[in-house]
Each structure stands twice: as structure tokens, then as C-alpha cells.
Unconditional design. Structure first.
Lengths: 195, 581
């Protein structure tokens, strides 16, 4: 399907993948794209691995794509980048939060959290690695890490007509506006540094 | 201006536009947001959470009998609960349009099985409508109401997870009021005596024949004729995948009314194309009927009957195209869902996990996670309400088989207790079960995302309700009720011991563990933080046994993740060296 771009946002339940997809789809709609977004609720949200998919283009049919079909992978956690890497096209780009979060299975000592996730991703794919949690913590609230990461990836969307800062302004709650704008700009700057 | 809506949000909008006046449901992923999005239309629609799906379907059906348009919504296993009135409503028919929204969950993202509920339409002999995106979700509700009234039948409106939870652009419309005609008793129509049903039987068959013919030129079904080499018959979200995967010149018969199948339309389409594919998720529901009608087609031998499709899966199965992927040279390890940090259920399950010779049957809800490592505290989880009754069966088996060294507990949440635990509790008292029932009362329906229920004290509209008192109900049945804060481990263990002692005296104890869900906004849990003193920590790993995602070993010592910890102190109460405070 030419002219359709596919984005996969992966993370851990509660990290805020949904907000990223909301900002993204809002901006893409404004730019006049046909947009579809798909997410899963319920059981998986309780600290489990979660993913959200966004597709946009002239005309989008399938709301869900499969392996080897993502143009962009946004991972809010480094092991989740590895888990969803098979969804990336060989020439796709991964935007990865360098953060490492234990899973219930590794915390309980049933599995060992794998070492070298970032390096393994960088060996295979073009990657933008952002210490989004550190940046967010410096800004005063680790929870705005998701908006930092969005700032780092919005340049890849190929939707140049969109003023993403305005979209962030529109989507995030008013009381957290300044924090999220700072997070967005910090993410943008972090990505530029890597270019 | 188009809006980006999920399928469920669009159905809610469609309910409003179609002039529906009464809506009742029990939450269940992936159906919950249909009713959850109705309070915005409260001036036009009465909407409620019912105690369970059977009640919800009956309430909505009653409104349709009275003459209003009505809707109920449930996940696919919910229709198992509501199957009894569903089948009978098919014979009795309706006055106002009556729509049953049913959300299937292929791939079992949040479900216990992968049942394909299209078969319910066939079994109950009612029409089946399947939207394929959010626009159709909205638009088809109106058609469903019209078909319901025209053919005097309930309508099954089936989505899947990817229809319900995918967002796409929707052009909104306005509400059309449905005209209410004065109510009059109609015994012959609405009283399901054997004689009345016997007389209805041929009418039900005629209705199906009429509906099959109606489907021939219904706007719910459409032919997209292009080339004649390949023809594809498809419905629901599978249609979207197929549109992307098949060549540009493939012709499509896109069905929205999928039972009874419009076989005349299908036959005409089949005759125009050289090769016919039937593309549908899960079972060969359409394919079997099309083949039985003598129309050759390709389907399940390629597409398979298990798990949901996506564009890549369908492309590979139909055309053998393997995806091009690159794999990193490390492997991700499992990240299963777990009870949240601060979850009140953790105290109960930790206490139970340390006991030997205990059988604990669980139920559907967040507390299903009490069965995951490292807690491993559950023997079974079967269905809503099964937490008490499966335990009952185990106790009766043990009595017959001479198993005397096991203590048997059954647990479920507050919402599940109201859903179908009451009858199980009655069973334990009535038939003198050697079972201690435990209600894990966190004041909300948790797993589906914080919905109110009879025991939470509030309605769907957020208004205070009557006080449904779980302890008084159990007390009235004949139980001796213990109430405990499950995060106080000493009190939790003491309560379990007291209940066991009472049971051994031949009495019938029941336990209620009571503490609000840590995510409940109405009763916010004060946020504190546990800290590990690395000097005192002896790396015994006892604290890891509570399965809290906020605590792990770091450089050999216990370490609390300050971003996740809520300060519930369960790990601190476990630590034998007082290293956590």
C-alpha cells in the first residue's frame, strides 16, 4: 500500500503510549491525512507489554499491520524496543527511550533482564536513542517522558505542514501545559543532537 | 468536520442518533466504552450499568417490549450469561428496535476464550450486523433498529476488538427521535408459553427467509465490482485487511448483514468472478454456508481459524509473501501483566501463597493475576461467579474421595459478587459446602477500567445510589462475616485463621477484604514511598515473593522504584530484617 505510513508505539502499561498516539493522530488529521489508530485495553494494561498502532496516508484500510511493516517504532522502554523490533521494516527507524523498567517476571527473579538492548537495536536499525526519563525528571515530572519521546520522533512523520507544538498545546491537559511543552521541546532538541 | 472515534465511541454516537432511549450493560473488554460513552447524552437516553449481562439484556428488552428503541452491550462471554433471554426474545419479537452489541475478542487480548459469536445469531435465528470501521459502527446502529422493527426481531450487532478499539474518521449525523406508540398488553406475543412458541416457530423461519432476500439490495451489503479474475467476499475488519492485501483489480462483495446471508447476491457475485475467496476472521461462518449452497470458494484452507488477522498475516496466508524483518541479537523476556503497586489484592494473595494445603479458586477480574508468578495463589479461574461454585464442587469431590487435609477457599471481587456470586454463596450455605468464600472488595470494577457497580455506591452517571451492603447480604444468607484490610498482613492472616477455626466448628465463615482500588479516583490512595536500607538488606529475596512491579534486586540488594511505589508497605511487612520502611 503506497502512501501509507505505519507507526508502532510500544511500552509498558501505564507509561502513556496512548497520549503519544492522541497527539500524533490529532496532528495528522489536521494535516488532512486519513488516519487509523488501534490499541488494546484490559488485562494487558496491568504492567504488561502494550502496543498502539497508528497508520496514515491518502486512504488507510487496515487498522492493524504486522511484522516487517512499521516505518517507525517508538519504544517507551528499551526491552520493549527489542520485543517489537520484528514489526519494523528493514529500513525503518526506531525511537527509543533509554529507560529500563523491570517486568514482574524479572523482578521476581524468574527471568534475567537482557543486557545490551540498545546496542542490539542500533546494530540492526537506524535508531534515535533518547534518555527521556532523565530529561523528564530534570523537567520536574518523570511522567512527561512520553511527550519528550514524541518530540524526538515527530520530525520522522513526514507531515511537515503540521505545527506539532500547537497540537501538543491542544491535546494535553491545561494544567500540565507548560511542563508538556518543555518536554516536547526537550525531545525535539535531543533528536536534533543525534542527527 | 469529521471526528476520530473508536468503534465503541461511534456506536455510542449511533445509539444517540438512532433515537434509542434505554441502554443497559455490564462492562467487559472490548465492549465497555459503548455504554461508558452514553452519559453525555443523558438528557435523551436512560443509561445504566446492570449487575450482569443477563439483567442488562432483559432490561433493554423490556424497554423494547414497552415500545422504546433500546440497546445492550457486552463482550462475547457476556452473551453466554445473557443467552437465555436472548433466545426467547427471538421468538417473542419486539415493538421498539432492540439491538444487542456484542464484542468478540479474537486473539484473546483480554478474554478467556476465542468464541465466534456469529454462531449465536444463527442459533437464535436473529439477524447479524457487522460493521468494519467506526463510520459503519455509527451508521449501522440506525439500520439495526429499523431491521429490528421491520422484521420484529432482536438484532445482534457484532464487533471485534479491532473494530471496537480502532479509531477512524467519522462523519457525524443528528438524532432522529423514534415515535413511541401507546403500550397495550399483548399476551399472545410476549408470554412464552409452549403453545405460543409452537405457533411462532414457522414465523421465525419465514423471518429468516425474508431477511435473506432483504439482504439482496440492502445498503448494508455492497458490491465493489472491478476485475473478474478475483472476487472476495468479506465482512467486519477482515474486509479492511483484504482491501489492502488483494490486488487493485479484485472485486469485493462487502457484507454488513452477515446472517442470514444474502445467498442470491452471493451467487450472482460468484458467477461474475473466476476465483472466489471468502475472507473472515476465526471460524468459517460464511464460508461453510456458501459452500453448503454449492458455491465453490477458497477460505479457511489458507486463512486459518485461529487468532486475529492483520495485513501481514493475511498477505502471507493468501499469497505466501513472507515479511522482511531484521532481528536484534538479544531476546526480550516476558512482561506479563501484574497486580499494580499498592493493589489491595496483593495482601490477600500473598497471605494465601504462604499457606500449605490450601485450594483457592479464583474468578474473572484483576484478581485473576493472583494466579501469576510469583504469587501462584490460584487453583482455577473459570468464569464470572465460578470463584465460589467451582470451590464447592471441589469440596464435594474431596468429601467423597476422602481428601481431608485441604482447606478450600473461593474468591471474587465486589462487582463479580453482584454479577453472579450471590447464587454461588447461596449454594455454599444451602448445600453446606466446606468452602470459605472471600469477597475482594475494592469498591469498583477494576479490570475493565473503573466502572461502578451495585456495591460501589454510585451509578453510571456518577450519582450516589442505594447502599448495597455485601456483609449484610452474606449475613442474611447465614454466613459469619469477617471484614479485614488486606494490606495489613497480620490482620489478614489472623482473619484467615479465625475463619478456618470457625469452619472447623461447623459454622460458615465468609471474608470480605476491603480497601479501595489504588486507581480509584473517588477514594484516592495517599502516595507514600517505601525505602530499602541497604545496610540492613541481607538479599534474602523474601520481599520479591509479593510480586510487586516496584521492587526488584539491584546490585544484589532490594531496590524500590520510586516512580512506581505507592507505599503500601506489603514488602516492608514481609521483610524479616526490618530493612524496608
Amino acid at each position: 500500500m503506497p502512501n501509507v505510513k505505519s507507526v508502532l508505539i510500544a511500552g509498558v502499561g501505564g507509561q502513556g503510549a496512548i497520549l503519544i498516539s492522541r497527539i500524533m493522530t490529532e496532528g495528522l488529521m489536521e494535516a488532512g491525512f486519513d488516519v487509523k489508530q488501534s490499541e488494546v485495553h484490559g488485562m494487558a494494561q496491568r504492567g504488561g507489554s502494550v502496543s498502539t498502532q497508528v497508520r496514515f496516508g491518502d486512504k488507510v484500510y487496515g487498522p492493524v499491520f504486522g511484522k516487517g511493516e512499521a516505518d517507525i517504532l517508538i519504544a517507551l522502554e528499551q526491552m520493549e524496543a527489542v520485543r517489537y523490533a520484528p514489526f519494523l521494516k528493514p529500513d525503518g527507524v526506531a525511537v527509543i527511550n533509554a529507560y529500563r523498567q523491570e517486568s514482574a517476571a524479572t523482578a521476581a527473579g524468574l527471568f534475567q533482564y537482557p543486557e545490551g538492548c540498545l546496542e542490539a537495536m542500533q546494530k540492526q536499525f537506524k535508531c534515535i536513542v533518547v534518555p527521556a526519563n532523565e530529561i523528564a525528571e530534570k523537567l520536574g515530572n518523570p511522567r512527561c517522558m512520553n511527550v519528550v519521546l514524541f518530540g524526538a520522533c515527530c520530525g520522522l512523520m513526514g507531515a511537515d505542514s503540521v505545527n506539532w507544538e500547537d497540537v501538543v498545546r491542544k491535546v494535553v491537559p491545561a494544567k500540565a501545559l507548560e511542563l508538556n511543552l518543555a518536554a516536547f521541546r526537550a525531545g525535539l532538541a535531543a533528536a536534533e543532537k543525534q542527527e | 468536520m469529521k471526528q476520530l472515534l473508536s468503534g465503541n465511541e461511534a456506536i455510542a454516537r449511533g445509539i444517540w442518533e438512532a433515537g434509542i432511549k434505554v441502554a443497559s450493560a455490564y462492562p467487559g473488554t472490548p465492549s465497555t466504552e459503548v455504554i461508558e460513552n452514553l452519559p453525555q447524552y443523558r438528557d435523551d437516553i436512560y443509561c445504566e450499568w446492570a449487575p450482569n449481562e443477563k439483567v442488562a439484556l432483559e432490561v433493554a428488552y423490556g424497554a423494547a417490549v414497552a415500545g422504546s428503541r433500546s440497546v445492550t452491550a457486552m463482550k462475547m462471554v457476556g452473551l453466554n450469561v445473557a443467552a437465555d433471554p436472548f433466545f426467547t426474545a427471538s421468538y417473542l419479537g419486539v415493538k421498539g428496535g432492540f439491538v444487542i452489541v456484542n464484542a468478540d475478542d479474537p486473539s484473546m487480548h483480554s478474554s478467556q476464550n476465542e468464541q465466534d459469536n456469529r454462531y449465536y445469531a444463527r442459533a437464535a435465528k436473529v439477524p447479524l450486523i457487522e460493521p468494519s470501521d467506526a463510520q459503519e459502527c455509527k451508521d449501522f446502529v440506525r439500520y439495526a433498529c429499523e431491521i429490528s422493527e421491520q422484521f420484529d426481531t432482536p438484532v445482534l450487532f457484532r464487533t471485534t476488538t479491532r473494530v471496537s478499539h480502532s479509531k477512524s474518521l467519522v462523519e457525524l449525523g443528528e438524532r432522529t427521535e423514534h415515535e413511541f406508540t401507546p403500550y397495550a398488553r399483548n399476551t399472545k406475543k410476549y408470554v412464552c408459553t409452549p403453545a405460543n412458541s409452537y405457533a411462532k416457530r414457522p414465523l421465525v423461519e419465514k423471518r429468516l427467509a425474508d431477511l435473506a432476500e432483504f439482504g439482496y439490495d440492502s445498503p448494508l451489503n455492497r458490491v465493489e465490482m472491478k476485475g473478474t479474475k478475483i472476487g472476495v467476499i468479506s465482512a467486519s475488519v477482515a474486509y479492511q485487511y483484504a482491501k489492502e492485501v488483494f490486488p487493485e483489480d479484485a472485486s469485493f462483495l462487502k457484507l454488513g448483514l452477515t446472517f442470514p446471508l444474502p445467498m442470491r447476491l452471493i451467487r450472482e457475485f460468484a458467477e461474475k468472478v473466476e476465483t472466489l475467496y471468502v475472507v473472515e476472521e476465526l471460524e468459517p461462518f460464511m464460508e461453510d454456508q456458501i459452500k453448503a449452497a454449492g458455491i465453490p470458494c477458497i477460505g479457511k484452507e489458507l486463512t486459518g481459524t485461529m487468532y486475529e488477522m492483520n495485513t501481514q498475516v493475511l498477505r502471507e496466508r493468501i499469497f505466501g509473501t513472507k515479511p522482511e524483518t531484521k532481528l536484534p541479537d538479544v531476546d526480550a523476556v516476558p512482561r506479563p501483566p501484574a497486580l499494580c503497586p499498592g493493589c489491595p489484592h496483593r495482601g490477600f494473595f500473598y497471605a494465601m501463597s504462604r499457606r500449605k494445603n490450601v485450594v483457592l479458586t479464583g474468578d474473572i477480574g484483576c484478581y485473576t493475576l493472583g494466579g501469576t508468578p510469583p504469587l501462584n495463589a490460584l487453583d482455577s479461574v473459570v468464569c464470572m461467579g465460578g470463584g465460589f461454585t467451582v470451590a464447592m464442587g471441589i469440596s464435594k469431590s474431596f468429601e467423597r474421595e476422602g481428601v481431608t487435609d485441604k482447606l478450600i477457599f473461593g474468591c471474587m471481587g465486589d462487582s463479580t459478587f453482584c454479577h453472579s456470586g450471590l447464587t454461588g454463596a447461596a449454594e455454599i450455605i444451602y448445600n453446606k459446602g466446606n468452602v470459605i468464600p472471600v469477597v475482594l472488595d475494592n469498591r469498583i470494577t477494576g479490570m475493565t477500567g473503573q466502572q461502578d457497580n451495585p456495591a460501589s455506591g454510585y451509578t453510571l452517571l456518577g450519582e450516589p445510589s442505594n447502599d448495597f451492603n455485601i456483609e449484610k447480604v452474606l449475613d442474611a444468607m447465614g454466613f459469619t462475616v469477617f471484614i479485614v484490610d488486606p494490606l495489613d498482613l497480620a490482620a489478614m492472616n489472623e482473619t484467615i485463621d479465625s475463619a478456618i477455626a470457625l469452619r472447623k466448628e461447623g459454622k460458615f465463615p465468609a471474608i470480605i477484604t476491603r480497601r479501595p482500588c489504588v486507581l480509584l479516583k473517588r477514594m484516592p490512595t495517599p502516595r507514600k514511598l517505601c525505602r530499602v536500607d541497604p545496610e540492613k538488606c541481607r538479599s534474602c529475596k523474601m520481599c520479591l515473593g509479593c510480586g510487586c512491579p516496584a521492587i526488584a534486586l539491584k546490585d544484589g540488594k532490594a531496590h524500590v522504584d520510586s516512580g512506581q511505589c505507592i507505599g503500601c508497605t506489603v514488602c516492608a511487612q514481609i521483610c524479616p530484617f526490618g530493612a524496608i520502611s
